[in-house]
Design a protein around this ligand. Sequence first.
Ligand code: 5GP
Length: 210
Amino acid sequence: MWNKRPAHKGLFILISGPSGTGKTSVIKGLCESDATLAFSISATTRPPRSDEIDGVDYYFLDQTEFEDQISSGGFLEWVKYGGHYYGTLKSTVESTIAKGKDLILEIDVQGAMKVKDLGFRCISIFLLPPSLNSLEKRLRNRKTESDSELEQRLLTAKSEFASVKDYNYCILNPDHNVEEAVTQIRHIISAERCRIDEQLLDAISQEFCR
Ligand code: 5GP
């Protein structure tokens, strides 16, 4: 019986959405429920929040270290967001793909479009908050930004909604029910793993068309 799919090529699952939508909690839920998924740890010059750990949530670099990585071509993509650098390190992506895992990238809309343009096998998911009011409340409650940074994040959020059209899927992350969004994204990933592509056609041809 033919019961194995060909080995993974490394699917990129791009997850974007305005700051405060709950991307981090959703991604945590996805990685905890599926060992074949790995979170792509980004590098940033933003200072760590009180609950963040270097090498787990982000690689926290100073500006010189980040700019050195830019100059030496170390990033797959990078952006400046809210006055800080954020970027996906090529080394992180390569080591994850080498382990045969699919990669979840928490990434802003500009970065997501850059990764798509690089030609990787991607699915892009835009996470929506239930309303602008709820987004503002979530941002204010977490108390991780100064007032001016918070206003800036809300302004950026409003402009990001216009980019939903460039994504494959849009998922609502309701208040107090992260599991719902996690389950919906798990279904999307399962469907994507059954998608007919050249890799699957080759495997079917070797097995059934000899
Ligand atoms: P935060 O400061 O809230 O952790 O992240 C701010 C924004 O940067 C979020 O929209 C987040 O998705 C985005 N971001 C985090 N890592 C990366 C990255 O490696 N590349 C890009 N382009 N955006 C990132």
